[in-house]
Design a protein around this ligand. Sequence first.
Ligand SMILES: *[C@@H]1O[C@H](CO)[C@@H](O)[C@H](O)[C@H]1NC(C)=O
Ligand SMILES: *[C@@H]1O[C@H](CO)[C@@H](O)[C@H](O)[C@H]1NC(C)=O
Ligand SMILES: *[C@@H]1O[C@H](CO)[C@@H](O)[C@H](O)[C@H]1NC(C)=O
Ligand SMILES: *[C@@H]1O[C@H](CO)[C@@H](O)[C@H](O)[C@H]1NC(C)=O
Ligand SMILES: *[C@@H]1O[C@H](CO)[C@@H](O)[C@H](O)[C@H]1NC(C)=O
Length: 393
Amino acid sequence: MSLMLMEFLSSQIFFCVLLFTTFMNPPAVVFSNPTKACDFPAIFNFGDSNSDTGGLAAAFLQPGPPHGDTYFGRPAGRFSDGRVILDFIAQNFSLPYLSAYLNSLGANYSYGASFATLASTIRLPTSVMPNGRSSPFFLELQYVQFQQFKSRSQFIREQGGLFATLMPKEEYFSRALYTVDIGQNDITVGFYDDNITMQDVHHSVPDIIKTLVENVKLLYDLGARSFWIHNTGPIGCLPDILTRFPKAERDRYGCATQYNEVAEYFNQNLKEALAQLRGKLPLAAITYVDIYSPKLDLFRNPEKYGFELPLINCCGYGGKYNYSPGGCGGKTKNEAGKEIFVGSCERPSTKVIWDGTHYTEAANKVVFDLISTGNFSDPPIPLNMSCNRNYIK
Ligand SMILES: *[C@@H]1O[C@H](CO)[C@@H](O)[C@H](O)[C@H]1NC(C)=O
Ligand SMILES: *[C@@H]1O[C@H](CO)[C@@H](O)[C@H](O)[C@H]1NC(C)=O
Ligand SMILES: *[C@@H]1O[C@H](CO)[C@@H](O)[C@H](O)[C@H]1NC(C)=O
Ligand SMILES: *[C@@H]1O[C@H](CO)[C@@H](O)[C@H](O)[C@H]1NC(C)=O
Ligand SMILES: *[C@@H]1O[C@H](CO)[C@@H](O)[C@H](O)[C@H]1NC(C)=O
């Protein structure tokens, strides 16, 4: 028998043993007391810029000032003036803000990690940075990084010493909260390609959702049990979309109707797919979280939350929406051809949108406060109960 074949067979036997022991000792997740508040010791996050805590900044370029001004007092790898929703989630469980997996400087992973990067997609991207649009770290690659993280972190823990204190305990992986916020870029990537119609974007949605669900299953197979999965926001209200597509039909709030409709279609598909998945993963507590509705309400009823002129961007320059593609914190040429520095608006706490695409810390906090109640979830489980598959109010 060849060595390779022997290796193959022994790995199969090992696999069977593994399967058997896993079956005999299901991970210790408490579902018996349906009203027990969850005590997540760690969070593992997958996503795009909406939950990037420094991934893209580590891999490519740190977004410069005035990013981070409101809370961190310096750029902190987030595409906001302060914290993102994920930061508020971590804080709610008294956990420190998550380090990005890609960050090799000063990271502490003992309470989790974020695999999210700006411009990440669910599906394999066709055009990646630095020349193309998308982040190379698409969802499956984030999963592969997590898989590696899971085994290597335990190897490092076994070595002891200082590095061991930076890694999560093995038991944390089944007890952790797994958060997902991705899909926006799979939709918007079609908008920037002249050869892709809005109808094509609609037609791509089922496959995008299918791919997301496959990755949730992969995480489950690695022992993940509690999932908190965001849908996608009202992209038709973003100054970036409104500036790029000035002719797109607007609703009475000034948002681009068709662009919001495709987000709603994505969300409907995601909600149904997760309801089905719940039936297939008997040990998983999967919460679908509607962030679209609270975000949309910021644009429709801004004064209710202390915001004004919600479609007007904070950090930007020019045009109807105080936004010029090229972003926040860089230099741009104004109409007279003069170079100007694009800085923050005076009071970011009164603005909804930070840089044309991303939300201000103030908006993120409002959205967090609304979604953490469970009022926007299916099933309607508050964040602090989201480890309970059969939560009863
Ligand atoms: C977590 O969020 C809930 C709901 O918003 C709130 O009642 C609670 O005080 C928060 N806990 C912490 C530690 O921030
Ligand atoms: C990493 O964070 C954990 C939890 O906050 C803490 O106990 C540990 O000391 C930290 N490690 C280092 C090296 O700072
Ligand atoms: C659109 O398709 C045409 C013809 O196939 C091609 O020449 C062009 O480069 C495409 N444009 C984009 C943006 O992909
Ligand atoms: C959920 O929404 C309802 C109706 O808007 C509201 O009355 C209730 O206070 C909300 N629940 C929480 C926990 O905020
Ligand atoms: C859980 O969250 C809900 C709603 O956000 C809050 O009313 C409740 O007090 C929290 N329960 C615990 C035990 O923290």
